[in-house]
Ligand binder design. Structure first.
Ligand code: HEM
Length: 401
């Protein structure tokens, strides 16, 4: 059987429940959110370890904040990873399941790696961060996060090289079912996506933090100016390296997948544009909102580039998302749509509460009447939606059997 036939036949025979291109767009959007949080966790871990090793007054203050940020970012990264996974499994099931099987050992222990990484980061924040004890837990957490990112990278890399699967599964004709070998990787891609995006995500978080904190009457402006200057410096250096790693990725994997020029030029220019952004803002304390908008815009470009590479790699074998069979299932679409509206409303409510409450010290924190009213509507919708699910479950169990 040819690779083209295998890919076609491994698709879900029921087809996708909606237009496949819509899933592709959702995959790109949700991956941006996922990669922001996981790379933020990586960057925040490094900042924590650096701060406690350096030991100056400001370094320690910053390290305690990033120690607190790390487990939250890991948690959000894990939760937001589920969304792109859902869309990936819907339109790229043949390649995703094949790469998970070929890397079986690592995909099975992946959850353990992620859970242990989270636990280490949490233990350090809870037990070690006030005095800087147990720093090894923070280091172990960082190592585990990097391992998780590496596994993700290998899974993505194996998935876009279907012509090699047979050789990897049965080298010299003998099946190797351990799934322990990392069969494919691209050093430029992983350097770009993991450590460098980690540095940029934490630099952006630093700028958002200083912008937000400077709104408070009791703000320590000297400390905030120090944090913003550090974030800007990290941003400039990391962006230049980001540009170089982007070119490296484009000239290697990009060229292999026949989109070398497009990837090289786009990612090289993206890194330089980011470096210019950081360099031109000489007073970075107030640029938080602009910085995060620029960073999400950049991550969206990267997400599209990943998609272009994957599409070009698979087009070689006649696999196109647009050709994925589908049958619109309005029940699933309605469930998905309402759940999204309810979920996003609750998240917006929580973000607004955190934003408004943090503008004053803990004993004076309040939220506006409008946010309170919005919260009542959002939680009411959530309660109603839970009730509806319960009724559907009871109907399925008692009536449909
Ligand atoms: C917490 C540790 C994690 C880290 C550091 C991490 C990092 C990464 C990185 C670097 C990539 C891009 C790989 C590449 O394109 O080469 C990626 C992709 C992805 N991650 Fe994560 N991830 C983590 C956890 C998770 C979890 C828990 C899930 C699922 C629940 C998840 C779902 C995904 C998905 C679906 C992709 C896209 C894969 C593709 O498009 O081929 N990740 N992740």
């Amino acid at each position: 059987m040819e690779v083209d036939d295998a890919l076609r036949m491994m698709r879900d025979p029921l087809g996708a429940p909606f237009y496949p291109q819509v899933f592709q767009v959702l995959l790109v959007i949700t991956w941006v959110i996922h990669i922001f949080f996981v790379t933020l966790a990586v960057g925040a871990s490094v900042s924590t370890i650096w701060g406690f090793r350096r030991g100056g007054e400001y370094e320690l203050r910053l390290a305690r904040s990033t120690a607190r940020l790390t487990p939250s970012a890991v948690g959000l990264g894990i939760v937001t990873g589920i969304a792109p996974l859902l869309f990936l499994q819907t339109i790229y099931d043949p390649i995703w399941y094949a790469s998970n099987a070929l890397t079986g050992f690592w995909s099975v222990i992946f959850i353990l790696v992620v859970a242990s990484g989270y636990t280490c980061a949490y233990v350090f924040y809870l037990k070690g961060s006030p005095e800087g004890r147990l720093l090894w837990t923070s280091v172990a957490g960082l190592v585990l996060l990097l391992l998780a990112g590496w596994i993700m990278h290998v899974l993505a890399s194996v998935s876009i090289r279907p012509e090699q699967w047979r050789q990897w599964y049965a080298p010299d004709g003998v099946a190797d079912t351990r799934g322990i070998q990392f069969h494919a990787a691209n050093a430029g891609r992983v350097t770009f996506l993991l450590p460098l995006q980690g540095a940029l995500s934490v630099a952006i978080a630093g700028l958002v933090y200083t912008w937000y904190r400077s709104k408070r009457a009791d703000a320590d402006r000297e400390f905030l100016t120090w944090v913003a200057a550090r974030a800007r410096r990290v941003g400039i250096v990391a962006s230049l390296l980001y540009s170089a790693a982007g070119v490296w990725w484009g000239l290697t994997e990009g060229a292999e997948m026949k989109v070398g020029i497009e990837v090289t030029v786009t990612l090289g220019a993206l890194g330089l544009a980011l470096a210019a952004f950081f360099a031109l803002h000489r007073n970075p304390v107030a640029i938080g909102p602009r910085a995060i908008a620029a960073w999400f815009g950049s991550l969206a470009v990267v997400a599209v580039v990943r998609e272009v590479i994957r599409s070009s790699a698979l087009a070689e074998f006649g696999y196109r998302v647009a050709d994925y069979p589908f049958r619109v299932d309005w029940g699933s679409v309605a469930m998905f749509g309402v759940t999204s509206v309810v979920g996003v409303s609750i998240i917006v409510y929580l973000v607004l509460v955190l934003y408004q409450a943090g503008l004053r010290s803990a004993d004076q924190a309040t939220i506006s009447l409008r946010v309170d009213r919005f919260g009542r509507v959002a939680t009411g919708m959530l309660g109603a939606w839970f009730g509806f699910f319960l009724l559907v479950g009871l109907y399925a169990v008692l009536v449909l059997k």
